[in-house]
Design a protein around this ligand. Sequence first.
Ligand code: AMP
Length: 210
Amino acid sequence: MKLVLLGPPGAGKGTQAETLIDRLKIPAISTGMLLRNAISNKTELGLKAKSFIDSGDLVPDELVVGLLRERLLEEDCQNGFILDGFPRTQAQAEMLDKICAIDKVLSIELADEKILQRLSGRRVCNGCGASYHTIFKPSKVDMICDSCGGGLTIRDDDKPETIKRRLSVYHEQTEPIKAYYKAQGKLCEAYGQEDVKDTTKEVLKALGLE
Ligand code: AMP
């Protein structure tokens, strides 16, 4: 299955992708994570992308599409994949259609007030990229990753002003893509719940995987 996860930042796309990886036995590709890796490796692309990410704006399409195209050519993507955070613009959605045929698009919905609350408690592993939350999904040991033992940090773009900017970018540039996929008959929706397990139930139901 070639699945796209849509939804505002902080709706739980990354967390739900982790469950879907196990369930569908396909990898999840997060363009946000590919970009953050490029920044930590100080690649030319990473240096170009950093200022956009830090301000909460989208990285230009030509930088992100090249990075994604390369990743999708890797062996583990040949039986399908879950895209988390791509496409984010109409132009990206059209470019993706030229790269491959997407089967389904799941939009995870969550109100802006809840997102602000969630993102301010989010912690991310420096080592493997796993995502935690101080209230909703705490790590067993404070600021240490359960999976790899790496240190947890707060993402620079999870600061309140940047979160607000990311939300307005989502509403202006990404949300309209839902209509594009609805017209293709590929869109389904799930509503983010307080409890991660309840959101997972909604997600599996929406995808017909219960
Ligand atoms: P995420 O981890 O998905 O929240 O992405 C973090 C940041 O990376 C976003 O706020 C954007 O600046 C950038 N980014 C991630 N995916 C894309 C994309 N598909 N197009 C443009 N910018 C992106």
